[in-house]
Design a protein around this ligand. Structure first.
Ligand code: 5AD
Ligand code: SF4
Length: 470
């Protein structure tokens, strides 16, 4: 891809800011900016995108509400990774018919990965006529212009052209926490795992310039952020498309030089590109958390090949050994899919055995969901949903046992945590994270939020640790 066509020119970004200003003026003339409700589904990349949408809405003068019934402007940022996520969005759209009947001026926007699919756009066009604006992740930076057109031309807009994707620098952002921040370092995915819709909706891999990333991290550290997560669909292929190539490990080393009391996390790492250089760099960099999310997806080499993952079970296990030998205290997590088309019971049990062998700290587990347009959706899939559920439950039982054991081994230890927010549980009102990213619920008052604390772990369960500030 030609870089000059990837990075949006500053003049085009300035034009969008003009549309933001025009909207703010238009809203003023119409008696005030509408209250905005932004609902986000899916991954951290979507959370980060929503923070940019909120930045643009804030600059248009929109106040935010947590109640869709009170909103004059609704933005639904969707996920397409599994059918279940899509069904939840259709359910929400169905419920909003009533809101639009009550308030005909209500503006409903649908964006994100689901919106990028032609089949979805067609369905919305025909059956969800109360949706005013539909745009995919590639058009995010043009939200002010699209919304302006909806507001002035009083017609529905669909912006879901197939694009390889772009990089838009300098978008405004509303960060929802003063402690934790997301920084996208790259967009898109070139891997085409056979089950996955992401490469079709988020375009080709493109990396932000290291200078832009470093400037953003430096600014966040200056503002007092302490827990910064670098985001990309596959951070290990960072930099391959830059004019002066730089790899992800080098980027980590550069970020690590920024002085301050903060931690850098990152996700997601594809095992095929994660190697010794990354592990040694993580081990050496004081600001880089001892945490690695290394999705294996399956523990069976035949299934991995059918998934187009680019590694075998043995190669994956070798990487885990290398990572742990560089960082004995590494917290390791993974994603797993059970019930890939054609997977047998024995193959699914290979995944369970891999989980027992690796002993992950935590897992994100999914039952395979066919995504129209992907190669896997065309493969024969003889196992029934009930069978897959049985295999899935066995996987969960194995992982729960392991997580429970690993968590119990923290009890009695003192660990340093960053207090990052309120937990919503009156008995343990604060939530915090260890360096490795394990969740610790704490007793204490809100003044601790944003601070590091040494905590004695007194209790644990499968999902979390509990502790007292020392
Ligand atoms: N069905 C089930 N899970 C999926 N994932 C991606 N695509 C699918 C699918 N079609 C899972 C993978 C990925 C995570 C983000 O979602 O495990 O790592
Ligand atoms: Fe999907 Fe594979 Fe790309 Fe991850 S690496 S986004 S699973 S295609």
């Amino acid at each position: 891809m030609d870089r000059t066509q990837v990075v949006i020119p500053a003049a085009d970004m300035a034009r969008q800011r003009d549309f933001t200003n025009k909207l703010s003026e238009l809203f003023r003339q119409r008696g005030g900016a509408p209250k905005a409700w932004v609902e986000t589904y899916g991954c951290q990349q979507n959370v980060a995108d929503s923070q940019r949408l909120m930045g643009m809405l804030r600059d248009m003068g929109c106040p935010f509400t947590g109640d869709p019934m009170e909103a004059g402007l609704i933005v639904i940022n969707t996920c397409a990774i599994r059918e279940n996520a899509e069904n939840r969005v259709y359910g929400l759209l169905g419920r909003l018919v009533h809101a639009k009947e009550k308030n005909p001026n209500l503006i409903v926007c649908l964006c994100g990965c689901m919106a990028q699919q032609e089949v979805v756009a067609q369905k919305v066009r025909a059956s969800y006529r109360h949706v005013d604006l539909v745009f995919g992740p590639q058009a995010l930076w043009r939200f002010p212009e699209l919304l302006y057109n909806v507001c002035t031309q009083h017609r529905r807009m669909f912006s879901i052209e197939e694009e390889h994707g772009s990089i838009a620098e300098g978008m405004p952002v509303v960060r929802e926490s003063a402690v934790k921040a997301w920084v996208s370092i790259m967009y898109g995915c070139n891997n085409f795992c056979s089950y996955c819709i992401v490469p079709y909706v988020r375009g080709r891999e493109r990396s932000r310039e290291p200078g832009d990333i470093l400037a953003e991290v430096r600014e966040l550290v200056d503002q007092g952020y302490k827990d910064i997560t670098l985001l990309g669909q596959n951070v290990n292929s960072y930099g391959k498309d830059l004019e002066t190539p730089m790899d992800f490990a080098d980027l980590l080393s550069e970020i690590d030089k920024i002085p301050g009391d903060y931690l850098i996390r990152f996700m997601t790492s594809h095992p095929k590109d994660a190697g010794d250089k990354l592990f040694q760099t993580m081990a050496r960099c004081a600001h880089v958390a001892r945490q690695l999310h290394l999705p294996v997806q399956s523990g069976n080499s035949r299934v991995l090949k059918a998934m187009n993952r680019g590694y075998t079970r043995e190669q994956y296990l070798e990487k885990v050994r290398a990572a742990r030998s560089a960082m004995p205290d590494l917290v390791l997590t993974s994603d797993i899919i059970i019930g890939f088309p054609g997977e047998t019971e024995a193959e699914a049990m290979d995944t369970v055995s891999l989980v027992r062998e690796v002993r992950y700290d935590a897992l994100f587990t999914f039952i395979y969901s066919p995504r129209p347009g992907t190669p896997a959706a065309r493969m024969p899939d003889p196992a029934t949903r009930e069978e897959k559920q049985v295999w899935f439950d066995r996987l969960l039982d194995a992982q729960n046992e392991i997580s429970g054991q690993l968590h119990r081994s923290y009890v009695g230890q003192t660990v340093r945590v960053l207090v990052d927010g309120e937990s919503g549980d009156a008995r343990w009102p604060l939530s915090s994270r260890t360096n490795g990213g394990r969740l610790v619920h704490l007793r204490g008052d809100a003044s601790l939020i944003g601070r590091y604390a040494d905590v004695l772990i007194t209790d644990s369960n499968t999902w979390a640790l509990f502790g007292e500030v020392k």
